[in-house]
Design a binder for this molecule. Structure first.
Ligand code: PLP
Length: 374
């Protein structure tokens, strides 16, 4: 079923899997003939699969250079699907300081399953190596670039260490998108995205995706079976919207990356900004790794520390005219998030603002930041 190819992502995305405009296919059940054979052998019941979901998954697999992809109703459903395959008592290494929803769910899940969860700063090569060698995790889960700190973990190195210890590497590549990074080609076993973010890009679809180059591996079979049996399937309309959003994925991601680099470089020297976290900046701690494992840009996500305290950061957020004040990232519109307001007990500094750069004019966005910081 492999359709790896040498087509550019822009071509794969624009063509959306072959049809100019596919049908949504809202049917939940499919007819049989007088002989009781399915009229369309591929479709029996919508929890098993649907044409639009398959088409969307094929495009995602090709973009990811994967043999197979599975869609889920959200990014968290995709993450949960990976870890639900593990037996009680398993050992897991997860990167610390990542998307809070992942950490919170894993802590709760591992406590209930008597699993050993080890939260490690995998962006630190020494900690990555020691923790995997010590804990011998069934799954090592990293997020690169990470959210909101934009740390870079060396995917190839993490894959090698995870395999040496007899386990698998799963990578949350949401901030990179399949346009900028293909973790499977670097040795990862499973790549995950919250397709809610840049893959859809229009802030109107909740979706998650997993992709692999080992569709016959027991873990992938278990994930596929569990998705079907437990029913974590995407709605056909969501898959249709996602396929539509992805038509412009490379265009959007390149534009957002270019603008983000311009903006990060600009505000880096601003007297009212203490620090900028963006992997595209040469002095960012993870720049060298990011440059090695991302091509064509560093994504649209960055965080800044506003000079002063939480009130100063909130004042800046409140004065922004073009950046909408909202959580999430990767949409065509720029967003600003004051993480501390939403998650005050997770170690986020009160003066941190996370910016998701959209596809607006970079000059307009810089002018907006300038007036808000003044
Ligand atoms: C948003 C996000 C998720 C969770 O995805 P949902 O679609 O909101 O369930 C996971 N990881 C990262 C990095 C995210 O940004």
């Amino acid at each position: 079923m492999t359709d790896h190819n040498d087509l550019d992502p822009a071509t794969i995305s624009a063509q959306g899997g072959g049809t100019i405009v596919p049908d949504i296919g809202m049917a939940t059940t499919y007819a049989r003939g007088a002989d009781y054979a399915l009229l369309d052998p591929a479709n029996m019941y919508a929890r098993d699969h649907s044409d639009i979901t398959r088409q969307c998954e094929r495009v995602l697999a090709r973009l990811e250079q994967a043999d197979a992809a599975l869609l889920f109703p959200s990014g968290m459903a995709a993450i949960a699907a990976v870890f639900r395959t593990l037996p009680a008592g398993s050992s897991i290494v997860v990167q610390s300081g990542i998307y809070w929803g992942t950490t919170a769910w894993l802590r709760d899940f591992c406590a209930r399953r008597a699993m050993h969860l080890h939260e490690v700063d995998t962006a630190d090569p020494a900690q990555l190596e020691t923790s995997i060698a010590t804990y011998k995790p069934q799954i090592t889960f990293i997020e690169t670039p990470s959210n909101p700190w934009l740390k870079s973990t060396d995917i190839a190195r993490a894959a090698m260490l995870a395999h040496d210890a007899g386990g698998l590497l799963a990578v949350d590549s949401t901030a990179a998108t399949p346009v900028l990074s293909q973790p499977l080609t670097l040795g990862a076993d499973i790549v995950m995205h919250s397709a809610t973010k840049a893959i859809n890009g229009h802030s109107d679809v909740l979706a998650g995706v997993l992709a692999t180059n080992a569709p016959d591996a027991p873990i992938w079979q278990a994930i596929a079976t569990d998705r079907h049996d437990a029913g974590a399937v995407i709605n056909p309309f969501a898959a249709w919207l996602l396929l539509r959003g992805m038509r412009t994925l490379p265009l959007r991601v390149h534009r957002m990356s270019q603008s983000a680099l311009t903006i990060a470089s600009h505000v880096a020297d601003h007297p009212k900004i203490d620090a900028v976290y963006y992997p595209g900046l040469p002095d960012h701690a993870g720049h060298a790794i990011a440059a090695r494992q991302m091509q064509g840009g560093f994504g649209g996500l960055m965080s800044v520390l506003v000079t002063g305290d939480g009130a100063d950061a909130l004042r800046v957020a409140g004065r922004l005219q073009l950046f909408a004040r909202a959580t999430s990232l990767g949409g065509v519109e720029s967003l600003v998030e004051h993480r501390f307001t939403i998650e005050p007990h997770t170690g986020i500094p009160p003066n941190l603002l996370r910016l998701s750069i959209g596809i607006e004019d970079a000059g307009d966005l810089i002018a907006d930041l300038e007036q808000a910081l003044d």
